[in-house]
Design a protein around this ligand. Structure first.
Ligand SMILES: Nc1nc2c(ncn2[C@@H]2O[C@H](COP(=O)(O)OP(=O)(O)O)[C@@H](O)[C@H]2O)c(=O)[nH]1
Ligand SMILES: [Mg+2]
Length: 203
């Protein structure tokens, strides 16, 4: 018979105590990483905004995250430590550092970008190893002011073609309930993987 793991016996997901996890938000400049973290954090976000240097970064705003952001919130008996990464390419090393110990990843893509699937490709490659081993979610923003005709299904198909089966959601990073929906979906997937029955454990 399969064993159903509950409580604290597997990878630390408790059904009775508060769990703590780290989640990381990656994605292109201006997609809404900083905005999204600010929308849901229950503490003042600790951040490192500075003048942007890369042209791409200036598309939406004059400043951008240069090292990291940190926000904290609690949902479903879980404390979520939320880390935002810089979008500018020259800070990619920082994103890799921030991924250490993370339980899941949100890849946020600005649908108003000239070539959003190329942007997605970049982040799938950069974080491919992490996403193959951990739960991830693709959050697509800026649908209301989009300049492209790329739809959610296009993102899904593209990710599948590249070997990534991750959920795709439409999000407005300015809207707290949207961002919370994304976090809930990712959290459920994290818990599901950690508590799923282990097939044929005892033959
Ligand atoms: N119209 C629109 N604006 C958005 C949406 N999501 C985020 N924004 C705005 O886009 C900008 C994103 O900036 P920021 O959060 O700093 O992006 P980051 O570089 O990913 O951290 C902000 O001005 C947000 O208010 C969306 O879905 N629609
Ligand atoms: Mg930012």
């Amino acid at each position: 018979m399969n064993k159903i793991y509950t409580g604290e016996d597997r990878l630390g997901f408790s059904t009775t105590h508060t769990n703590e996890i780290k989640l990381v938000v990656v994605g292109n400049v201006g997609s809404g990483k900083t905005t999204g973290i600010n929308a849901v954090s229950e503490i003042p976000v600790i951040g490192t905004e500075a003048a942007a240097s890369e042209r791409e970064a200036l598309h939406r705003k004059p400043t951008t995250t240069v090292a990291m952001e940190y926000g904290l919130l609690q949902m479903q008996r879980t404390k979520i430590h939320l880390y935002g990464t810089p979008g500018q390419r020259r800070f990619d090393f920082m994103a890799s550092i921030l991924c250490k110990g993370a339980a899941g990843m949100i890849v946020m893509i600005d649908n108003g970008h000239d070539a959003p699937l190329t942007e997605l490709d970049y982040f799938l490659k950069l974080h491919g190893k992490f996403l193959k081993e951990n739960p991830g979610l693709l959050a697509v923003t800026h649908f209301d002011d989009t300049r492209t005709r790329t739809g959610l299904l296009d993102y899904h198909t593209y990710a599948i073609e590249k070997g990534f089966s991750i959920p795709v959601m439409k999000v407005d990073a300015r809207v707290a309930s949207d961002v919370r929906n994304v976090l809930t979906k990712l959290l459920i997937e994290i818990i599901r993987r950690r508590t799923a029955p282990v097939a044929n454990q005892n033959g």
